[in-house]
Design a protein around this ligand. Structure first.
Ligand code: TXA
Ligand code: MG
Length: 355
């Protein structure tokens, strides 16, 4: 199948994409978080195509994307007062709510669970496409299962070309990591997947906020089935380092010295570091050996959003550059630390070490 990237959508393009979705085709769409691989969320056959294109385990449920709160009504038993309050505060935006599903949602969407996940993205192109399709769109991240999520149309093309007719290009995603997923109760919510909408933002709404136990300990069965799978993994083995900057630099220096001993000068693949700008500067000052290493900094601001913004893009770039081994500098504080550390831990296959 030929895959076309559609840029600067004209009215006819939007209509064309809407018709393709109604007919049960797959279309990749931009959202403010990451690109989504969309299909008609009420059509079992279309949903099946998503699982096949991504190589996704069939027990991992999908999020239904809508363009307004009203569109949620037929999909759920009830929009509870707490759900309504959350939708009013955070929609459109990077917050996904799980609510008790109605019979009109196919089991294929929820993997047999009694709740359905719903989200209203803020990206204007996503909203136009949802309206043109006239149905809720099931849309997981538009990557092959287990790989980093795409934040540009080019990254979607690279991952899925040949598996879908259209990729809608809406530019680079602003947030860069997937939405916060919460289970909504009465006056309380449970975070199943951390994201840009943080626990403290939810607490400010006067809600009690729980964090799914599986997120805290890295053990137990997570309530969001997707959280149990390896995710976001770059091609090279990755390790996340926690600790003071001084110790992190010392650890990286030691790695570089080990490489020297291995005669790594002849190797074409490089060690690579995803670290804070200040860490990179100290390392550069202190390392005088001959090993070539690559540094991808996440800037000199420790704002969690700055890291989110470049995270997947950097992991995909490392794949391109065929690096041999990746060391990332973790963070231990700041609003949204849970969201970043969740992604780093998963991308590292659980290898997070204190140095
Ligand atoms: O930002 C996002 O949410 C992106 C964009 C495209 O909207 N979508 C996305 O979808 O990340 P996906 O399929 O890659 O991740 C959905 C997550 C998975 O961890 C899944 O297990 C969880 O949401 N989920 C979906 N439905 C659920 C349900 N009914 N109960 C609990 N968890 C659910
Ligand atoms: Mg995903």
């Amino acid at each position: 199948m030929k895959t076309t990237i559609l840029k600067d959508l004209e009215k006819e393009d939007i209509e064309k994409v809407g018709v393709a979705l109604q007919k049960g085709e797959l279309v990749a769409i931009p959202t403010e978080t990451v690109y989504g691989l969309a299909a008609n969320g009420l059509d079992e056959n279309a949903i099946q195509k998503i699982y096949e294109a991504k190589g996704r385990p069939s027990d991992n449920p999908l999020i239904l994307h809508v363009s307004s709160m009203e569109e949620v009504e037929p999909l759920v038993k009830e929009i509870t007062p707490t759900a309504k309050q959350l939708m009013e505060a955070f929609w459109p935006g990077p917050l996904t709510l799980t609510l008790l599903k109605s019979d009109s949602v196919p089991d294929r969407v929820t993997g047999g669970l009694n709740r359905v996940a719903v989200r209203c993205p803020s990206h204007p192109v996503a909203r136009k496409v949802i309206r043109a399709a006239g149905v809720p769109l099931a849309a997981p991240s538009a990557n092959l299962s287990g790989k980093p999520s795409p934040t540009t149309a080019e990254a979607v093309y690279e991952a899925l070309a040949g598996r879908l007719p259209y990729i809608v290009d809406g530019g680079p995603c602003k947030v860069g990591i997937e939405s916060t997923v919460i289970e909504v109760g009465t006056d309380e919510v449970t975070i199943l997947r951390p994201g840009a909408v943080t626990a403290s933002m939810l607490e400010e709404m006067g809600l009690r906020v729980h964090i799914d136990a599986a997120l805290c300990k890295g053990s137990g069965a997570p309530k969001a089935p997707g959280m149990k799978y390896t995710h976001y993994a770059p091609d090279a083995p990755m390790t996340t380092l926690m600790g003071e900057r001084k110790q992190i630099v010392r650890y990286l220096l030691q790695k570089l010295q080990e490489e020297e001993k291995k005669h790594a000068l002849e190797k074409r693949r490089a060690l690579s570091f995803f670290i804070h700008e200040s860490t990179a500067e100290i390392l550069q000052r202190e390392y005088s050996g001959k090993i070539v290493y690559r540094v991808y900094t996440y800037g000199d601001v420790v704002g969690v959003n700055d890291i989110a913004h470049v995270l997947y893009q950097t992991l995909l770039q490392m794949n391109h550059e065929k690096v041999s081994e990746i060391y990332a500098e973790g963070i231990s504080s700041g609003d949204g630390v849970l969201a970043i550390m969740n992604r780093l831990e998963k991308a590292s296959g659980g290898r997070v070490i204190m140095v």
